[in-house]
Design a protein around this ligand. Structure first.
Ligand code: ADP
Length: 462
């Protein structure tokens, strides 16, 4: 048997570190240094002391500073390093797989943020394998990769890396929050609960910052917004700020705003030809009769626009009752809508949970006896539902039209097919997980893994 041919390296070579999401990086082979180093910026440790992580930015191409990749990795050590100018520095050490030509091997890298390095990576003695021979007079004896490898990066298969996630909620201990925390942690991510109302914002052209308890928050890879209807506007502002600071928002502020504003949501859905019960909106109309006639006449459902959990939703069985209700709403200057009553729904509706344009689960909610509102808070009961193709399509379309990645789409089953009642941007997990026995929280985190963008300067629209 012949011995494997030695692996020849010049003094500069291309490598790929795909565990960090870096398909191509040019390294200087530096046997004068023991440890290998990666030139990074915004190096921020995160995670619990028992499993520390570090997040950092890399500009792989020295001539293209706008190409900036977000990386993260578990910290395997912290090491004091004496740099070439004699300074002592405590650096994070990470471990990842390096690939060069046909060879793939694990290497340890210290993270340094010295501005002066011309090479983004140094390959030190400790990373040189026994079968490698270094020719200090030659360059690129191994395949040349080039920075073209970064083109189209966001669309590639996502890199599995520990994410730093913020869960933006005022209710850290409710079922949905606890499940999302559990799902993120079991998948190796770090998730921190941030109370929306305690955030304050520094808005400036240089750097967007979210402050919290006297400190600027670190950068997050992603934010999962769970914004209650009582602080929609402020929550949206906080979310926009996280987005400006570089975090991927699972449900953008804009999408949340579109779904919360029922009038806007209806108009957008109507424009996209998504079926809905006939609905008339009003602020303080003089012509009560015409308003009721517009929605098909009694019986009609009247809804206060600020309603949640079915609280401001009333059924007017007769024209007289409807008129009295309209007059009452008008008296308090409330925004409301009058909607055709879909009697054949039989006090039931379907909640479809959409995650990333896929159906994650669905349940049928049946109102308590003598009640037409099927809200679980109003004594409704839930069971898993099997959807028709039309129901699946309309739910996905509705979420898409509003731009929601995560949505709870409520449908009524009518004699002319499914109709969208409402699209919720922070749908609760308890009812749907209980009814379907599905790990919806896990699906949300897995979806997040696929959409968090690797390029640090890329922003989704607000
Ligand atoms: P909220 O946002 O306050 O929950 P909804 O519009 O979802 O208000 O209405 C609450 C419940 O009332 C729905 O889940 C559904 O069961 C019932 N409902 C609402 N609108 C209609 C309607 N037009 N026809 C029949 N039932 C309706």
């Amino acid at each position: 048997m012949t011995e494997a041919a030695p692996f020849r390296l010049g003094w500069e070579e291309w490598l790929s570190l795909d565990g960090l999401g870096l398909p191509a990086i040019k390294a200087k082979v530096d046997t004068g240094a023991k440890t290998s180093a990666l030139h990074a910026s915004v190096i921020e440790p995160f995670g619990p002391a028992s499993s520390p992580q570090v997040r950092f930015l890399i500009q792989p191409d020295p001539n293209e500073p706008s190409l900036e990749v977000t990386c993260s990795a578990p910290v395997v050590d912290r090491r004091e390093v004496i740099s070439s100018n004699g300074d002592r520095e405590l650096r994070y050490v990470i471990e990842t797989q390096a690939e060069m030509g046909a060879l793939r091997w694990p290497i340890q890298l210290t993270l340094s943020n010295r501005e002066t390095m011309t090479y983004r990576m140094l390959l030190g003695r400790a990373a040189i394998q026994p079968n490698m021979i270094i020719d200090p007079n030659a360059s690129f004896l191994q395949p040349v990769l080039g920075y073209g490898a970064y083109q189209g990066l966001p669309k590639r298969k996502p890199v599995k890396r520990p994410l730093r996630i913020a869960l933006l909620t005022r209710e850290p201990r409710n079922y949905s929050s606890l499940r999302l925390i559990e799902a993120a942690e079991t998948r190796g991510h770090v998730i921190e609960v941030i109370d929306t109302a305690r955030c304050y914002l520094r808005i400036g052209a240089v750097d967007a910052e979210v402050h919290y308890d006297g400190q600027a928050l670190a950068r997050f890879d992603a934010v999962i917004p769970r914004i209650g209807s009582s602080i929609t506007d402020y929550g949206m502002a906080v979310l926009r700020q996280f987005s400006n600071a570089g975090a991927y928002c699972l449900n953008t502020a804009g999408a949340i705003g579109r779904s919360r504003d029922k009038l806007l949501a209806h108009q957008l859905l109507a424009r996209a030809k998504i079926a809905m019960p006939v609905t008339a909106f009003a602020h303080s109309p003089k012509d009560t009769k015409d308003l009721i006639a517009l929605s098909g006449g009694a019986p009609v459902v009247l809804k206060l626009l600020s309603s949640t959990q079915g609280k401001g939703v009333v059924l007017a069985e007769t024209r007289k009752a409807a008129e009295r209700l309209v007059d009452a709403f008008r008296g308090v200057e409330a925004n409301f809508l009058v909607q055709e009553f879909v009697e054949e729904a039989g006090g039931a509706d379907i909640r479809v949970f959409v995650v990333g344009n896929k159906i994650a689960g669905a349940m049928k909610r049946q109102a308590a006896k003598g009640e037409f509102r099927s809200n679980l808070h109003r004594g409704g009961t839930a069971s898993a539902a099997k959807l028709s193709a039309a129901e699946r399509d309309i739910a996905r379309d509705a979420a898409k039209v509003l731009g929601l990645q995560v949505a709870g789409v409520d449908l009524l089953q009518t004699s002319t097919g499914p109709k969208v009642l409402e699209v919720n941007s922070s749908p609760g997990l308890k009812g749907i997980e209980t009814a379907t026995s599905k790990d919806i929280a896990g699906l949300i985190i897995e979806h997040l893994e696929t959409v968090v963008r690797p390029l640090a300067r890329q922003r989704e629209p607000l």
